[in-house]
Design a protein around this ligand. Structure first.
Ligand code: PRP
Ligand code: URA
Length: 209
């Protein structure tokens, strides 16, 4: 069973508080989501392998360490996932970016896929699927399935806020996928919104309603 990690770093928790706040406007919301994504990327990349390299400092040779060249892929689920991908790329600019376009039908709450574009070397990459909200889990489950159908075998899921229902659904459908959250909230409401959550992530990021 994949693990669920909730990042309790004070900076992540502080910024998440203002992301949740209904009085936070679009500009600040977008900046905070970007910053939290960067901080979460710092935590999520702890396992990356290093290799020894020697560089010349102004004083002499230094046996140092550099990333061993593992290929990473970041896959935002459109559209709200876009709000997190740049924040991750600030730390890992060499990562390739795939996109999965998906919206949740407001009546059925089922995800509808409308676009998929992934890097060509899918089999060789470790993917981080990103979306601010893990509500029923339908969107994340289908996005991960889409990646697997195209050959991906190494996938992590990173969201700002998860509901217990969504976490359970991902664990049931993709038991090997680790889930990384900034918060695990209480429940879903009757419209499938996370309580207390932050409202509609896409609308708050892009100023739509
Ligand atoms: C939101 C969110 C997730 C999905 C989560 O997207 O960004 O993708 O809902 O819900 P689920 O876990 O129940 O599937 P939405 O469908 O509102 O589309 P948007 O990103 O285009 O606004
Ligand atoms: N999608 C959102 O944007 N917010 C929620 O709370 C649930 C799904």
């Amino acid at each position: 069973m994949g693990n669920v990690h909730v990042f309790d770093h004070p900076l992540i928790q502080h910024k998440l508080t203002y992301i949740r706040d209904v009085s936070t406007g679009t500009k600040e919301f977008r900046e905070l989501v970007d910053e939290v994504a960067t901080l979460m990327a710092f935590e999520i990349t702890r396992h990356l392998q290093l290799q020894e390299v020697t560089v010349e400092t102004p004083v002499g040779p230094s046996k140092s360490h550099a990333l061993a060249g593992k290929k990473l892929g970041v896959v935002p689920i459109l559209r709200a996932g876009i709000g997190m991908s740049d924040g991750i790329l600030k730390l890992i600019p060499a990562a390739k970016v795939g996109h999965v376009g998906m919206y949740r039908d407001p009546q059925t709450l089922k995800p509808v896929e409308y676009y998929v574009k992934l890097p060509s070397d899918v089999e060789e990459r470790e993917f981080i699927v990103v979306d601010p909200m893990l509500a029923t889990g339908g969107s994340a489950v289908d996005a991960i399935s889409s990646l697997k159908q195209r050959g991906a075998t190494n996938i992590k899921l990173m969201c700002l806020i998860g509901a217990p229902e969504g976490v359970e659904e991902v664990q049931n459908q993709h038991p090997e996928v680790d889930i990384y959250l900034a918060a695990l909230d209480e429940k879903l409401d009757e419209k499938g919104y996370i309580v207390p959550g932050l409202g509609d992530a896409g609308d708050r990021l892009f100023g739509t309603k």
